[in-house]
Unconditional design. Structure first.
Length: 224
């Protein structure tokens, strides 16, 4: 069984006053904490372990997550970004490939975690990212993060937005000589070896990084 890490440490500064008294993952979207929408997707695949990295207002998040069976890893004294946060959680997650999930998006359609696990081919992939065509994305501006070829291999480019869910091998995190760093640094190593792949998400996706994103996400959920 695959283990899952939820990224929930950030400050949520783009939410403005909404994150003064609570962390972004606890902001309500359609009457539920934002992170609970992500947890639904995680629980649905029956993982071995669900862990979450915490920093900002970690006590509030721990009180919400631990009763739901989530193991928490608090980043102290400093926030470690996605790469540093994943590496710090490896003692909990173990050496096998893991799924990581951002907790500030709403997915409408197939479970992205299930789709990734079904398509994962570790013999030729070091990471498999769920990416969203720009025309299927709400609340996101820009041309995208990646371009995908017919074999599913990706390069930096336009057309596809990284949706925040992936399965990846973690061994090469040891090669990065920084404590605080983005997973982009790990992806760059994989890109150089042509072992970074993506699936195209067939449903719709909404970035919930701003107050406007909450309204868009609630509209998307109401359409289901």
């Amino acid at each position: 069984m695959t283990n899952i890490l939820l990224f929930a440490a950030g400050f949520g500064t783009r939410m403005g006053t909404l994150t003064q008294d609570r962390p972004k993952p606890l902001i309500l979207v359609s009457g539920r904490a934002l992170i609970d929408h992500t947890l639904d997707l995680a629980h649905a695949v029956n993982p071995g372990l669900i862990a979450a990295n915490l920093h900002y207002k970690s006590d509030m998040l721990a009180a919400h997550l631990e009763p739901q069976g989530v193991t928490v890893n608090v980043e102290e004294p400093d926030i470690l970004e996605t790469g540093g946060g994943l590496r710090a959680a490896l003692p909990l997650l173990g050496p096998a490939p893991v799924v990581t999930m951002n907790t500030d998006a709403i997915w409408s359609g197939p479970n992205p975690v299930s789709d990734l696990l079904n398509a994962w081919k570790p013999d030729r992939m070091d990471a498999l990212l769920m990416c969203v065509p720009t025309e299927h994305a709400l609340g996101h501006t820009g041309k995208g993060d990646f371009t995908r070829d017919e074999a599913g291999r990706i390069t930096r480019g336009s057309g596809l937005i990284y949706g925040g869910v992936q399965i990846l091998k973690t061994e090469r995190l040891a090669e990065i000589d920084a404590e605080v760093f983005s997973l982009n640094r790990l992806w760059d190593l994989m890109l150089a070896d042509k072992r970074l792949f993506a699936l195209r998400y067939t449903g719709r996706w909404c970035d919930v990084g701003t107050p406007e994103g909450i309204t868009l996400a609630e509209t998307l959920l109401a359409d289901v």
